[in-house]
Design a protein around this ligand. Structure first.
Ligand code: FAD
Length: 432
């Protein structure tokens, strides 16, 4: 029997340390810095860098990476348990060196970058001396990448990029961007695009405007609307083969989606814990809120949904480790991705409701998490698309039934059973 729902004691000890460290050392930092990704902010650096050193000394730095890149090669299951702890805090993923989108961009560079690109960008990225941006979505539509219009044309030894990108998160702080552009306009659509490294200071890269999202308090929006006008990069900045942009993108998206889900388990767990605390602390008409049945239902529903979601995430992480091939777990990841926004939205909404006016105020984080649930339902692919992908995968191999009625209706099943047991039934009737 291979089923097991217990954590090894040595891993649990590590997780307990992480839990305490996040609670006592990192969560207070969240209260005073504007954006943990902003490596140009002196206050952020003064507070975050010493914590990163503690994590390095503890051997927990960049655990998502294999040992060849300075990580521990933890595997996704163990990483899931770690990320649950980190998901509670804005800064914790950065303190542990496993924050999106840098984690996925590092994977792309590790797989497809030249030695020079690795030295220039991957090493400082993994060390969090710099941060990066993934610039793929376009203003006229993100869900259908086959309609992207940004082009890259080879001119001598350079690629020349023209087009517009929308919602390029962290472009504000990034030292380089990974950009998707059409290079093979005549090829089948899924082989028409390529991926490039674009240094952030390349001439022709224009920041049209900074875009912010509801629930975030930073003074400047960190999701940029970018225009690329004759942006020139050397030929070696092509990542992977010409026309392999979609395959390269998958390198980061599979891992990115499941890592968001692991961290979301942490957020939902926190919403659940705070909900319980308020329910047993607040009284109304002589009873605790917890004693009101409709409040008790909110607590019960949240736990059920959290546990269901957590098990799905852990099982998917286990399958990634087992098969070591994202193509084999694509449907599982779509299921996790599609489930994630609703679990977070429902838990955050109930946490608001139970906390009343305090819950909806900016003194508690739940409103931000409601918006975060929409983030989870859009970034890395809209929920609807993941559901359709999942359904298609689940339906594969299911054959249609012939005939006017399906063969599993009761009259058909009974007739077949009567035929099969005719002798036994006849003998039993004779004995009567
Ligand atoms: C917080 C945040 C951060 C992001 N960061 C980045 C980033 O760093 N880099 C980057 O490149 N992009 C980023 N994005 C963009 C993200 O990838 C897109 O939002 C996403 O791909 C959807 O594209 P869209 O916003 O253009 O919506 P649209 O494509 O216009 O879709 C809008 C809605 O239409 C429906 N829909 C679309 N297609 C289908 C379909 N096939 N079937 C059924 N319904 C459908 C869905 O309800 C969907 O939500 C980010 C988005 C958010 C919210």
């Amino acid at each position: 029997m291979g089923w097991d729902f217990e954590t090894d004691p040595d891993v649990q000890r590590e997780l307990d340390w992480v839990d305490e460290f996040v609670r006592t050392e990192i969560e207070p930092v969240d209260q005073v810095i504007e954006h943990a990704w902003n490596v140009h902010d002196p206050a952020r650096n003064a507070l975050i860098k010493p914590l990163q050193d503690v994590v390095r000394d503890r051997g927990l730095w960049a655990c998502h990476l294999g040992p060849e890149l300075g990580g521990k090669g933890y595997g996704q299951l163990r990483l899931a348990l770690l990320n649950e702890q980190l998901g509670r805090s804005h800064s914790a993923p950065v303190v542990f060196g496993c924050q999106a989108p840098d984690s996925g961009n590092a994977e792309i560079l590790a797989h497809y970058g030249t030695e020079h690109l690795k030295k220039t960008y991957l090493e400082p990225l993994v060390a969090n001396e710099i941060v990066s941006c993934f610039s793929m979505t376009e203003p006229h539509g993100g869900s259908d990448p086959t309609g992207f219009r940004t082009t890259a044309v080879l001119d001598g030894d350079d690629w020349v990029i023209n087009g517009e990108k929308w919602f390029s998160s962290h472009a504000l702080f990034a030292d380089f961007l990974i950009v998707m552009a059409v290079t093979e306009p005549d090829a089948p659509r899924h082989k028409s695009m390529s991926m490039f490294v674009v240094p952030a200071d390349t001439p022709g890269l224009e920041r049209v405007r900074d875009v912010s999202v509801w629930g975030h308090e930073e003074s400047v929006g960190t999701h940029q609307y970018l225009r690329y006008t004759d942006v020139r990069v050397p030929a070696e900045n092509l990542l992977g083969e010409r026309g392999a942009g979609f395959a390269v993108a998958q390198t980061r998206l599979g891992g990115g989606r499941i890592h968001h889900a692991m961290r979301t388990v942490g957020l939902v767990t926190t919403a659940f814990e705070l909900m319980k605390r308020r329910a047993v602390s607040r009284t109304t008409k002589g009873d605790r809120l917890a004693d009101k049945q409709l409040v008790a239902q909110m607590i019960a529903d949240t736990w059920i949904e959290l546990e269901q979601f957590r098990l799905l995430v852990l099982r998917t992480a286990w399958r990634i480790d087992r098969y070591n091939d994202y193509r084999k777990v694509r449907a599982d990841i779509s299921a996790v991705k599609a489930a994630m926004p609703k679990v977070l939205l429902d838990a955050s909404s109930r946490a608001i409701q139970i906390h009343g006016s305090l819950g909806i105020s900016t003194e508690l984080p739940f409103g931000k998490w409601v918006m975060e649930s929409f983030h989870m339902g859009l970034a890395d692919g809209a929920t609807e698309i993941h559901k359709v992908n999942l359904a298609q995968a689940l339906l594969r191999g299911t054959d249609p039934d012939d005939g006017l009625f399906p063969p599993y209706i009761r009259p058909t099943l009974r007739a077949a059973a009567h035929d099969r047991f005719a002798d036994v039934l006849a003998a039993a009737a004779d004995d009567d």
